[in-house]
Structures are given as C-alpha cells and as structure tokens.
Design a protein around this ligand. Sequence first.
Ligand SMILES: Cc1cc2nc3c(=O)[nH]c(=O)nc-3n(C[C@H](O)[C@H](O)[C@H](O)COP(=O)(O)OP(=O)(O)OC[C@H]3O[C@@H](n4cnc5c(N)ncnc54)[C@H](O)[C@@H]3O)c2cc1C
Ligand code: SF4
Ligand code: SF4
Length: 1024
Amino acid sequence: MLPRIDHIEVVEPLYQEFARVLQTKPYQGDISCQYSARLSVATDNSVYQQLPQLVLNPRNKFDVQIITQLANEEKFNKIKFSARGGGTGTNGQSLTPGIVVDLSKYMNRILEINVKENWVRVEAGVVKDQLNAYLRPFGFFFAPDLSTSNRATIGGMINTDASGQGSLYYGKTSDHVLELESILANGDFLHTKPMSMEAAEELSQEDSSLGKILKQVLASCKDNREQILEKFPRLNRFLTGYDLENVFNADLTQVDLSRIITGSEGSLAFVCEAKLDLNEILKAKTVINIKYDSFDSALRHSPALVEAKATSVETIDSKVLNLAKQDIVWHSVSDLITDVEGKVMDGINVVEYNGRSVEDLAEQVAELTARLDNEIENSIGGIIGYQVTSDLASINKLYAMRKKAVGLLGNTKGRQKPIAFAEDTAVPPENLADYIVEFRALLDSHNLQYGMFGHVDAGVLHVRPALDMCDPEQEVLLRQISDQVVALTAKYGGLMWGEHGRGYRSEYGPEFFGEELFLELRKVKGAFDPLNKMNPGKICTPLESTEKLVSVDAIKRGFYDRQIPIEVKDSFKSALDCNGNGLCFNYDADSPMCPSSKVTRDRRHSPKGRAGLMREWLRLLEVKGVDVLKLEQDVNGWSVKQLLEQTLFKMKSRFSNDYKNDFSHEVMEAMSGCLACKSCVSQCPIKVDVPDFKARFVNLYHTRYFRPLKDHLVANVEIITPILAKAPKLVNSVLGSKIYDKFSSATIGYVNTPLLSVPTLESSVNKQINAGVFEAFDLGKLEALSEEERKQYLLIVQDPFTSYYDAATVESMMLLAKKCGYKPVLLPFKPNGKAQHVKGFLSRFASTAKNSAEFLNKLQALNLSMVGLDASLVLCYRDEYKQILGDKRGDFSVLLAHEWLMPKLDEIKANIQLSSDIDYQLFSHCTEKTALPNSEAQWITIFQALGLSLQKQSVGCCGMAGTYGHEKVNLENSKALFESSWEPKVERLNSQQIVVTGFSCRSQTKRFADLKARHPAQVLAELL
Ligand SMILES: Cc1cc2nc3c(=O)[nH]c(=O)nc-3n(C[C@H](O)[C@H](O)[C@H](O)COP(=O)(O)OP(=O)(O)OC[C@H]3O[C@@H](n4cnc5c(N)ncnc54)[C@H](O)[C@@H]3O)c2cc1C
Ligand code: SF4
Ligand code: SF4
C-alpha cells in the first residue's frame, strides 16, 4: 500500500520567518510555502531544476514594495529573489534558490491606452497575446514577436529583450519601451524614461537610489564608450546583460535608464509597469513559402530574400517539417506547404511582405516570384517550388505551426530529447550558412540528432541537439558542446545567447565582454542591487560581492529524473517528457488548452505543474524503496481479505498524527482540479496525458486514504442512473427540490443535480418501436441478416448522460438516421466506465471496459455501424480503452454522429434538402475538437450540404466536463470558466441558433445562461 511521503525539502528558517512577518504586513498577495507550489516554479524550459524557498504572487506594485522593503531589513539581508512571468526561459533565467516573485497571476492589467500618441501602459504580468488582443480593435499591436506569445509576459519580454519573427523590421522589445516603473531591492520606486544628459548629470549628484544609479551608469558608459562600441556585436540582437551602448543616444545628448533594465534578466529590479510604444496593424500581408532541396540551399538564399526587402524571413528544416506533419497542427497548414512532385523538400523559407493593401505589395511579390520562377527553371540555388498566400487566416496558421516548432522537436522518440542550451545563437546573417556548416559538423561529430529553424534575416538559429540528461556522460557532453559553440559563434562574430538571454550561461559573460567591461557591468549591478539580492548569479555579481555566477554545470532536472527507475519512467512517459515550454499556460479563454490552469492561474493546476508533481512523487516513492509498478498490480487485485486490510490501513492513516504531513495530499490537490478534458493530450506538443497519470495516481492514493462519498457516486453513475430512471418523475421531484440540493451539497458535495429525461428514452423508443418506426434490438435477428442488409442498420450506442438526461437527442439521432434511409436500433445500455477512469477506480474501469468491449466487438464482427452521441465517452472507447485493455480492446469502432454522416453525405443530400433562415452557431465540445480537429469543419460541411448555414464559435472549455461542474468544490471555477468564454457568446444569440455537440456543454448552457441548446443531430432531425 502507498506509504506516506515526507521526504520533502523544508523551507529554510530565515525564509519561514520572512513569510511569517510578511503575513503581518498589509501585503495582499499570496504567500505559498507548500512544496508543490515551490516545485511548480522550480523549472522552466531549460535543463535546470532549482527549488525556491517561497512563491509570492503580489497583487500590485505596492505589494512588491512591501516585499522588498521587508527584505531590506537587516535580518533579511540574505533573502534573494527572482521575478517570474510566464516561466518560459530556456536557460533557467527565472530559477532561484530564494523567493520566486511571480507577477503573472495578478499583475496582468492593461492600465491605460493613448491612441493619439500610440502608447499603452501595462502591468508586467500581461501576456503578449493578451495585449495584442486588447489592442486589435484600436488598430495597433505591440510588435516584438516571440514563439511563446500566448504565455510569455511583458515583464519577461522586457527582461530578456525578447524578439523574434519580423525583428529586422520591427525591432526588439527594448526598441518599444518608453518608460518603466520598477522597484529596487531596497524597496525604492524607480521611474525610468529618456532624459537629457544635463538632467541626468544633475540628478546623478543626488543622494538617492536614482542618483547613485545614474552616477555609476554615466561613469561606466561615458568613460568606456569606445570600448563598448567596439565590443558590442553589430547584430540585430542585443546580448542581454546591461545595454551599456544604447543607454545613450547616438550623439550622447540623451540618457535612458530603461535600456539598462531591458535585458537585465531580473537582476536589477522588479519591473512592475511599462509604457510601451505601439505599431499600426498593417492590414495586408503576403507570404511566399519557398521550398528547397536542402536546408543549406534555404540558408544560402536568405540574404537575397532580405535584400528583396522582405519584412521577415523565417527558415525551417525538414526535421521540423516532418514532425509538424505528425502533429495536430499540420491539418491547418497542409495545403499551404504542399509537396513538390518528384522532389524532396528539405527546407523552406517563409518570406513575408507587409503593407496597407495587398495591391501595395503586388510589385515586390511579382518581382520576387519572377526571380524564383527563373531560378526554378534553371535549377539555381536548390529552389524547387513556392506557394503564395495573402489570406491572413492562412498566414496566421503558418506562424502558429512555426511557433510550435520547438515543442514539436521535444516530441522526438527515444531517450535523447532536444534540449535548450545553445538554442538561440546569432551571427551576422551573411555568415549564417557557413556558420551552420561548422555547427552541423560539430553536432554530427558527437552523433547527435537535431532540428533547425530560425530567423535567418537576423542570423538567429534555433537548434536543440537531442541529449539524454538522465545520462551523466551526456551531461558532460552538454558542457563540452556549450564551450565549443561559444567559441564557434565568437569565430563568426556572433553570440551564443542571441535571443533568449543568458540565465545559467552567465559564466561566459567575462569571456565575452573582456575583464574591463565586465567590471563595469558589475559596478552597474552594484549601484542597483548592492546586496546581490536580485536573481543572484545571473548576468554578473556586484563588484564588492564574493558570490559566484551561476554555471552550466548547475544541478539539472536530469539529476532528479535519473533517480526514477527506467521502467517507471517508461510507464509514466508523458509526465517525464514534459519539457516545460509552458504552452499549456495559454492565457486565451477561447482556447481549449487547460481550463484549470486558466481559471486558477496557479501553475500547479496546469499540465506542466501536474507533470512536475508526478515526477517528484515517483522519485520520492523510489527514495522510499517503493516499486510503484508492482504496487499498481497489487492494488488492482481484489479479495475480502485485501478489502479488510485496506480499510484498517486507511483508518489508521486517516487518524494518524502525521496525516497532514504527506506530499501525496499536495499532488492530490493538484490532480483534483483537473477537469479531465484531455486538451493537454492533443494540444501539448509532447502530448502530456494528465488524465492518464492522474487516474493512476488517484487509484494509488486511495489505497492509503478513503475516497469521498461523491467519488463513489460518480463512479457508480452508470449503475445508479438506470435505476433512478425507473421512476423519473418521482426522482426529479426530489432532485429538483431546494432541500435536496442543500442536503446533497452539504453531505455529498454535489450541487445542481441534473434532472432525468421525462419521458425516458426507453419509453419514447418503445413507443416508436410499437408504431413500427424503429426496430427493437435483437442480436439473433441481426446475426441472421445478410451482409448487404446489415449495411442498412445503424446501432446507437448509449451513454449514461445523453440517454438518461437528454433522451430527445438520442431519439433525434435515430429519427435522423431513419430519414436518411437507415434502420436505427438502440443498443441496450452498457456502462462505458469513463467516470470510473476519471475518479481513478482503475480496476473497476478495466472490468467495465472489458465487458463493454466484448459486447461491442461482437457487433463489430457483424460489420454493423455504431454511433455514440457524447464525444468524451465515444473517445474513451478509442483512447482509455486502448490504454487499459491493450490488444484485448479488439477493433470495434463507435463513430460520432458527424463521422457517420460525412461519408454518406452525397447520398443523403440527394434525398434530403432542408431550409431554415436561422444562422446556426456551432459550439463544440473541447475534448472532441482537440482530439478530432476536423470535427467542426465536418459539421459545417454537413449543414451546408443539407442547405443550412452553420458557423463555428471559438470557445474554450464550458466548465462542466462530465461531473466536474456539479462538484461543490468546483462550482466557482466551473462558473468562472463558463463566464469567461461561453457566456458572452451564447448571450448574444437566441436559443434556436445555439448548436452544441457536448452533453456537458448543453447542461452548462442551461444551468448558467438558462438557454436550451440542441445537438446538431437534433437540429437536423427537427427540420426533417
Ligand atoms: C518554446 C520556446 C520558444 C521561445 N521563443 C522565443 C522567441 O521567439 N523569442 C524570444 O525572445 N524568446 C523566446 N523564448 C524565450 C522566452 O519565451 C522569452 O525569454 C520570454 O521573454 C520570457 O518571458 P516570460 O514571461 O516567460 O519570463 P520568465 O521566463 O518568467 O522570466 C524571464 C526573465 O525575466 C525576468 N523577469 C520576468 N518578469 C520580470 C519582471 N516583472 N521584473 C523583472 N524581471 C522579470 C526573470 O527573472 C527572468 O530572468 C522561447 C522560449 C520557449 C520555451
Ligand atoms: S505539459 Fe506540454 S505544453 Fe505544458 S509545459 Fe509540458 S510539454 Fe509544454
Ligand atoms: S485534462 Fe484538461 S484540465 Fe486536466 S490537465 Fe489536461 S488540459 Fe488541464
């Protein structure tokens, strides 16, 4: 049975005291000392792992000031901090052994916009895409782009001087910062904006924090100007550190301290607010995808493309393209990057032109395409083809694919995984092709796998060689290659950290800047942060400090992961493979990706958080000497003796003094918040499958601790509901009463229990059978049919929700099939088991799945078509059944309604044409549209073919997800999720227009918007 896990690292006494005193201050933010909260920010997208002591989530800049003022008291001198935003750093930029101050949770307000002067003022935790969504109606955008734009924050972007696609034209973050409001380690506010040299010199005489900083900056930058100009590379990219060059304008009449803070990786101050300059959205774009016979050809062609005045030139190699082809993302771009007949496409350049209208761009585009035609005809430069598009939606899809590239690389097979450590080198673009030849030779000499893509216009190359960080020898190799790449980039006049900042690569700073300039950096650091409290070890240390810089040899995640036995790692592969790129933190309420992460903004409640906790839990079990795989086998058995033993053990565990002191509770808390919507399984580039490992964890957790009553209720829903449905009116009169709701909320923890369908499905269908409309299920009769006759039949697979709570939908599907010329037959209800899986009753789920699969395989053997109406249950047959039954699942196939209709569409539309003046709006179930990305388009095609208009609405999770929304503990989050995405959209419509594929979503729409939504099959059936 599962032991108690108490081997967790406790918070150091100094930090415990800090947290205690902070609680007595008027600080309004969160203070988290829990191991799980600390672990959830102990990693980023890098190979490093560093456990902090505390996590703080300030609510506003005054909270940040309270934190820093308190830490400035002498007894807290040794307290260290790191600011954190999206935590998407690739080299441990935000990791710290001190306190993580996460500004992303609350400090994410857009404060002010001035459209006349083209600027916006925001808090540091605003996500880049959030800002651009806000700016779009004003016709503006914040130009610096980065692949992580749906989760990286403005604070993080400023501190890494982020940039990406289009930087040659639009510049980097530092080029768009007008003013900053920061807080220093001593608690002082620091407002920075450009000022005249005279004003700066005058202020530098003052005995204030600003005065001292200005004094040092002026001394360091003026006296060493020549050396600075000589040393700082002439690249489109800034080298992160302190921008000693651009703190002055070209003629030295202006000083802008914001330039020093931008790119300082949180080592100087907490940036709380920023005033940013905006660009006008140019309405027209034309993109030309140029295809090449080799990646080298693509690279060698890029300078000519820059010369052709493109706004941006992005390159992708064949490895990345091939990975994209295997991902969900490919269905959106496949027609934009088609293969060239008879040629192998081994690289592409995506060339973009921007302008006010497509006509404005026509001349440039025509010039380039004429050149391309000539080059293709004469076999010049390895160009094999190109495609042009000016459709903005298609262009966005292309860039979305490109933005996913890093994640896709993480999904490569085998133990060696692409990792970041030399992933953002930059060299002058004219040197790029030669540089890459040498870079490739270097990686090939170590027999490493890698994929490449990048911003060739800026000479930036993204490469993530695949290494196994659990192998100590490969960790040594990382250091070796790291050193070699530093030397190679220097040889080509470039930088190893060309885009993402330095983080643990800070040790290369002195080598790059030279001793003298590095000394100046240290003096500047000392002026801002004399006690080395801000992200210590990153960039540099104050001159007076004896503390060390961080190093690429720092403790890595592999150190912890390698403690988990290989078989366990393989078995819990997806938790181990999460590479922390943070795609699951997607801020957008209308994206299905992780509703629990969105609604809580708590990193523990994200796929990344849950995967990290799972890894640590597995590691700690190993430390305890527990064979977790054996444990799983043991608990999946069943006997009276075992049951008695377990009950006794659980009673002992529950009433032991150490009950609370168990890390498993923290893991359980994080898992309990998961809606099991499965968006992570398809949207995460690594396909981290939280519902799978959650179910396995919960299964084991309850070998030690009792299950709550509501879990038993949910797991037995498929037994209880058919019984209740024997007297639906009576049951509804009880379930629908306020007294029952209060009672159920207080005792079981279950609210707003849905009402059963009246009349029941059974009675409605029986009526139709008696009237000769439907046939009753009769296996013998079906077996006796000929192959040809069976083709006329459609078997309706029941699920507990649609059948018992939404019978009209099932009946509608049967009527629809009938009108389409088929013979629908309602199969007897067989439990599906999904609810048991969600609640981690794995052995019971296995037996339910076995029974159901046996029954469905029998029908499959007769070659009969089967349709189910609820996506999550139908998809459970495909996914969870495969996981639990393996080969024993058999090959039965249950289709969703649209999957059954699609291939028959020509035949159906020839017989049926419908008409309606309603503009139907489709709201799809998140599990369905993420697992079956074409499902929405297919429903639209079906409606159109039958003469109806249907449009897709982009929505996230509705917040119900099976029974999640009915659990009292989840009620608030369930409502908040509905309000953030569904409510504003459904409220604009009348209920006739609302077409909803998911049963949960229809219930939620009824519950919170009081609108009755219909399944698409019901809409169609009603029009027939
Ligand atoms: C898959 C992937 C692709 C990427 N692509 C790009 C790209 O195209 N272009 C690019 O530039 N980068 C890219 N990055 C790197 C990363 O996304 C950027 O560096 C981003 O700017 C970090 O933002 P964040 O909010 O996640 O910051 P974090 O990772 O949380 O922090 C980054 C640094 O900023 C500091 N910081 C954060 N907020 C504050 C604050 N308010 N005050 C003071 N210091 C603060 C932290 O201490 C840390 O040093 C990529 C990363 C990944 C994982
Ligand atoms: S769960 Fe997936 S999307 Fe989230 S950080 Fe891990 S790999 Fe990235
Ligand atoms: S199943 Fe849904 S809620 Fe759970 S972790 Fe995955 S995306 Fe988040």
